[in-house]
Design a protein around this ligand. Structure first.
Ligand SMILES: NC(=O)c1ccc[n+]([C@@H]2O[C@H](COP(=O)([O-])OP(=O)(O)OC[C@H]3O[C@@H](n4cnc5c(N)ncnc54)[C@H](OP(=O)(O)O)[C@@H]3O)[C@@H](O)[C@H]2O)c1
Length: 259
C-alpha cells in the first residue's frame, strides 16, 4: 500500500511516524510532499520515506492525506494533478475548519473524501481520530481510508458538525493533560522526588487510569469513589481541586477552544 501525505509538520510527522511504526507501510511507500521550508527534508533523513518534488507522483498512491494549515487545503485540492482526480484516489484532510462541503465544492459531490481530526498520540498509534465521510463515498474507498487510519489509534465516526468538539476534547486536550502531568510532577518534585522519576510516575498513572476506565467500562465517578476512603487523604485532595474550580476550569478551556 502506498500513501501520500501533504505536509510533514507536527500532525503530518505524527501520522507518518505512526504509520511507519504500525508496519502497515514501508517508509519508502510513504510519498511525502513538503512545504517551503526544510522540515520535510529533515524528517526524510530520519525516517527514510519517499520525498516527492512533483505532486504527480502522488498519483502512484492509494490514499492521500492532507496535513497542512487549513488555509492551504482548498488551494491544494484546486490544483490537484489530473491523474489523481481522474483515478479518484481517496483523500483525507485533517485540517480543522475546512468542511466536506468546502472540499466537495472543488472535487465534486462523488469524490471519495473524508474529514478527520486526529490528535498527536497518533505518533505512537494511540490516537483518537474523529472522522466524517462524504455521504457518497464508496465502501471500497471507505475501507482504504479505515484500514490505514485504524493503524494510528481509535477511529470515531461522527457527524461533521461535532468534529470541532472532537478537535477540542481530543485534539487540543493533550496540551491540557500535558500541563496536568507537569503540575503533578512539580508537586512531587516539591516534596522531594527526583524530576525524571516524577514524570515517570505521573505519566504511567495517567496511562493506567485511562486503561482502567476503558477496560472496566465503569463510570469515572465510580472509579474516583473507589480511591476516596471516608475522611481519607484523597478526598481532601478532591475537595481542594473542587475549591479551585478544576472542573469549571476544564469546561472553560474547552469553551475557549471552540470559540
Ligand atoms: N497539531 C495538532 O495537534 C493537530 C490536531 C488535529 C488537526 N490538526 C491539523 O493539522 C494541520 C497541520 O497542523 P500542524 O500542527 O501539523 O501544522 P504545522 O506544524 O505548521 O505543519 C504544517 C506543514 O504543512 C506544510 N505545508 C504547507 N503548505 C504545503 C503544501 N502546499 N504542500 C505540502 N506541505 C505544505 C508546512 O511546510 P513548510 O513549513 O515547510 O512550508 C508545514 O510543515 C492543520 O490543518 C491542523 O488543523 C493539527
Amino acid at each position: 500500500m502506498k500513501i501520500g501525505v501533504y505536509g510533514a509538520g507536527n500532525m503530518g510527522s505524527a501520522i507518518i511516524e505512526g504509520l511507519i511504526r504500525s508496519k502497515e507501510v514501508q517508509p519508502s511507500d510513504l510519498f511525502i510532499k513538503g512545504g517551503k521550508s526544510q522540515t520535510a527534508e529533515n524528517l526524510q533523513r530520519k525516517l527514510g520515506f519517499t520525498l516527492v518534488e512533483q505532486e504527480e507522483r502522488l498519483a502512484e498512491t492509494t490514499l492521500i492525506l492532507i496535513a497542512v494549515h487549513p488555509d492551504g487545503v482548498l488551494p491544494i485540492l484546486d490544483q490537484l494533478p489530473e491523474k489523481i482526480t481522474k483515478e479518484k484516489i481517496p483523500i483525507v484532510s485533517v485540517a480543522a475548519g475546512v468542511d466536506l462541503p468546502d472540499m466537495t465544492a472543488i472535487l465534486g459531490e462523488d469524490y471519495p473524501i473524508a474529514h478527520c481530526i486526529p490528535n498527536t498520540p497518533v505518533r505512537v498509534n494511540e490516537g483518537v481520530l474523529g472522522i466524517s465521510y462524504n455521504p457518497l463515498i464508496t465502501p471500497e474507498a471507505k475501507q482504504v481510508i479505515d484500514r490505514t487510519l485504524a493503524q494510528l489509534g481509535t477511529m470515531i465516526e461522527i457527524d461533521e458538525s461535532l468534529l470541532e468538539v472532537v478537535s477540542a476534547v481530543a485534539g487540543s486536550a493533550p496540551a491540557f493533560v500535558d500541563i496536568f502531568i507537569e503540575a503533578l510532577a512539580d508537586s512531587a518534585v516539591l516534596h522531594g522526588v527526583n524530576r525524571q522519576l516524577a514524570y515517570q510516575i505521573v505519566e504511567q498513572m495517567i496511562k493506567g487510569t485511562a486503561a482502567l476506565a476503558l477496560q472496566s467500562g465503569q463510570h469515572p465517578a465510580v472509579l474516583k469513589d473507589a480511591v476516596t476512603s471516608p475522611g481519607g487523604t484523597t478526598i481532601k485532595g478532591v475537595a481542594a481541586l473542587e475549591k479551585n474550580g478544576l472542573r469549571y476550569a476544564v469546561i472553560e478551556a474547552v469553551n475557549e477552544t471552540l470559540k
